[in-house]
Write a new protein. Structure first.
Length: 137
């Protein structure tokens, strides 16, 4: 086990904080709204795999190196879905930011929007790590 990778540790900690934040915000949404907590739990459940991939890459990167392409491509697909969501709901997003009421649905919408640049940084970072490891071989 090699636990001496600060970049992998920071990616792992980011993934944990991201999941906890999204789960807490989605649990606080009222079930009367369109996005119920149960629906958000089903939508967020596959995202926990990124936490485990980041954990395994932090623990022993050479052993779990094959997870890097899966991580990068999965995050890329997730990013494109988030960008499509921002594009299709831009008016309601701007309305939420300008007329923030403090509701849980507003907080969740803003959290998803704030996470987009962080996801881009994560994809670029892991992509560079993937390219470096491919050049080493």
């Amino acid at each position: 086990m090699k636990l001496h990778r600060p970049l992998s540790l920071s990616i792992f900690l980011y993934e944990v904080v991201r999941m906890v934040t999204l789960l807490v915000l989605s649990a606080s949404v009222r079930s009367a709204s369109f996005v119920s907590p149960a629906l958000m739990a089903y939508l967020l459940a596959p995202q926990i795999l990124y936490v485990f991939m980041a954990l395994f890459l932090w623990i022993d990167e050479p052993k779990y190196h094959s997870y890097l392409p899966l991580y990068v491509w999965g995050k890329s697909i997730s990013l494109w879905a988030a960008l499509l969501w921002v594009f299709t709901s831009f008016q309601s997003l701007v309305k939420t930011i300008v007329m923030y009421t403090g509701s849980a649905a507003d907080s969740l919408m803003i959290a998803f929007t704030v996470l987009i640049p962080l996801e881009i940084v994560t994809i670029i970072t892991m992509g560079i790590k993937l390219k470096r490891s491919a050049e080493d071989n």
